[in-house]
Design a protein around this ligand. Structure first.
Ligand SMILES: [Zn+2]
Length: 364
């Protein structure tokens, strides 16, 4: 049956789009990693644009403090306590019923990401921590999948499209006679910053407009990639600060040649193989989860982190450890953090919830 593309008329008029681009888009699957601020904007726009299948993975529940920027959700979702992935699926079905949506309420880690990515043509980043980004990047390089990185915190944002080097098999490596492969995320950011040093939306706040710009930049990149317009992909690292009005596109195209990337040059997938990153162990009978980094990334500055967390709950520190009482839609928690980055999250025996609290309040 001929598909009715009339709702996409304004989009098909764009250079390099047309009915062919629309048909390609309608046959493609996008895996959305996280459906918070970036992810909800991306899910909305990708489904309006007519992506064929959207797989949404998110571990969180919609909360009132999300509504300032997470455009897909509303007060009813908060009242019903809906998981974000499911709330997004319901909303998208009303926006564009021709888009197939698979919602998965889960924590993304090295044991499940390959399963979530089955059949995916692109990975779109709506994540809130470095570790899962390295994991997504590992998968992208290993499987030759495009990965569109995005991040926003405070009034700042960053984005970059990875068209991974695969050894010549990917369509972007022989596009109109040119090799358009880019550096990978790890070429640009070799190591995650030590835990507790990067700002998070929970501690530093976040401007909805910064999120929306970054997410829509990601969507534009995803549409170029899914319609085969590889030559239009930016190949620069976008950084912006809407408060200081600095908007830059950093030239990073030679980071692959100049660097010695463990991931895309040596094809070592430490995060996907479970050798790097963190492990989460439920501490039996204690209603607590211990999180531990497999590779130490430097000591945590407990004093600096303590002063940041004091605005969010009671904090005690004794030089050996820091303890913070924080709460969110999942309940009340006590995070105990040690200088080597090890943490015990009390108040849950669910590793996914513990990882979420760590990403929100400690970061990394
Ligand atoms: Zn690389």
């Amino acid at each position: 049956m001929e598909r009715d593309f009339s709702r996409y008329h304004r989009q098909m008029l764009l250079p390099g789009f047309g009915a062919d681009g629309q048909a390609r888009l309608g046959q493609s699957t996008a895996l959305l990693l996280g459906c918070g601020a970036l992810g909800s904007v991306a899910a909305d726009m990708l489904s309006r644009a007519g992506v064929g299948h959207l797989v949404i993975v998110d571990r969180d529940v919609v909360e009132l403090t999300n509504l300032q920027r997470q455009v897909l959700f509303d007060e009813r979702d908060v009242a019903e306590g809906l998981p974000k992935a499911e709330a997004a699926r319901r909303k998208i079905s009303a926006v564009n019923s021709s888009v197939r949506v698979t919602s998965i309420v889960d924590d993304i880690n090295h044991t499940n990401i390959e399963r979530f990515a089955e059949g995916a043509d692109i990975l779109v980043d709506g994540l809130d921590n470095f570790e899962t980004r390295y994991l997504a990047n590992d998968l992208a390089v290993k499987r030759g999948l495009p990965y569109v990185y995005g991040a926003a915190v405070g009034t700042t944002g960053m984005a970059f499209s990875v068209l991974p080097h695969t050894g010549g098999d990917a369509p972007w490596e022989s596009h109109a006679g040119a090799d358009l492969a880019t550096p990978c995320f790890r070429c640009l950011f070799d190591e995650a910053p030590p835990p507790g040093t990067s700002p998070t939306c929970e501690t530093a706040g976040v401007l909805g407009a910064a999120v929306a710009i970054v997410a829509n930049f990601q969507v534009a990149e995803a549409l170029k990639i899914l319609t085969g317009n590889f030559e239009r992909v930016t190949r620069t690292l976008l950084t912006l600060d809407l408060w200081t009005n600095e908007i830059l596109q950093l030239k990073v195209a030679n980071a692959y040649e100049k660097g010695d990337c463990q991931c895309c040059k040596h094809r070592r997938f430490e995060y996907l193989d479970g050798q790097a990153g963190s492990s989460a162990v439920s501490l039996c009978g204690r209603n607590a989860v211990q999180l531990r980094h497999r590779q130490q990334r430097g000591n945590v500055d407990l004093d600096a982190l303590g002063s940041r967390l004091r605005a969010h709950g009671k904090v005690t520190a004794n030089g050996f450890l820091l303890r913070a009482e924080v709460s969110d839609g999942n309940g009340d928690f006590e995070i105990t953090l040690f200088p080597d980055g090890r943490a015990i999250v009390k108040g849950t025996d669910d590793p996914a919830i513990a990882r979420g609290m760590y990403a929100k309040y400690v970061g990394g």
